[in-house]
Design a protein around this ligand. Structure first.
Ligand SMILES: [Zn+2]
Length: 88
């Protein structure tokens, strides 16, 4: 899990996601499944109780606090959806 502070933090992960082009499946708002080298990973984007945007992924990299390309791929969908939500 990592805290999303800015898009520059995701630069490398976004570049990797663009190259690998993982499949992103919508589960529900804030919850996505992203294809990876060993099957699907679940990415959860949410705001914690302090108002920080947190991104969690079930892969090994994210477990160590790294911004992985699964998270970057899921976030691009999540941000698009959040913009469409009138309450967000
Ligand atoms: Zn990941």
């Amino acid at each position: 899990m990592f805290i999303l502070k800015g898009i520059d933090q995701l630069e490398k992960a976004i570049a990797k996601a663009k190259k690998i082009r993982p499949r992103v499946e919508f589960d529900r708002f804030g919850r996505y499944r992203v294809s990876g080298s060993k099957g699907y990973y679940t990415v959860i984007c949410r705001k914690d109780e302090r108002g920080y945007k947190t991104v969690a992924c079930t892969c090994k990299g994210a477990e160590r606090g790294l911004a992985c390309y699964h998270a970057a791929a899921a976030l691009s969908l999540h941000i698009g959806l959040a913009r469409q939500k009138p309450s967000a």
